[in-house]
Design a protein around this ligand. Structure first.
Ligand code: DQA
Length: 148
């Protein structure tokens, strides 16, 4: 029996506080709610989600390295690492499958320091500004990118 392709869903710093953190910007759903949305969308496409949240850049980089040759795709909401963590950019560049960048808000419509994404150049798609529905859209994008 062949096992379902794994999509690594990575959540960066402060996303563990979703639901409590700046609800006017990020909504009231929790990270667990968003992971459930991603899992439901993945199941519909014969994919399985593996989720990791960390507030530490190196932990996220280690997870990206460990995904090489093991996971089919990565969906990443890097939180504020989006805007300056070039080591995450480099790790994603060394990953052998498609990368989808995901944000609840649209950083390009916010403060100027959020306009640069160091992940965008290595992402096949960027999904931003769709709130929690972005988790479904990101998995839809992965399914499309993995389609033969
Ligand atoms: C975010 C946007 C980032 O600018 C911010 O630092 C976050 C969340 C989003 O999902 O909208 O932590 O990635």
């Amino acid at each position: 029996m062949s096992s379902a392709p794994i999509v690594l869903l990575l959540s960066g710093p402060n996303l563990n506080l979703l639901g409590e953190r700046e609800p006017d910007v990020y909504g009231t759903a929790t990270l667990a709610d968003h992971v459930a949305t991603a899992e439901a969308a993945a199941t519909g496409h014969g994919l399985v989600v593996e989720h990791l949240q960390s507030n530490h850049e190196g932990v996220l980089i280690d997870a990206i390295h460990a995904a090489r040759g093991r996971c089919a795709a990565i969906v990443v909401n890097p939180g504020a690492f989006t805007h300056y963590a070039w080591a995450i950019h480099d790790a994603l560049a060394a990953f052998d499958g498609p990368v989808v960048e995901l944000h609840l808000s649209d950083p390009k419509q916010r403060e100027p320091w959020r306009h640069l994404s160091v992940v965008e150049p290595v992402a096949a798609r960027t999904i931003a500004g769709h709130g929690g529905d972005g988790y479904r859209l990101a998995l839809e994008a992965v399914a499309e990118l993995l389609a033969p």
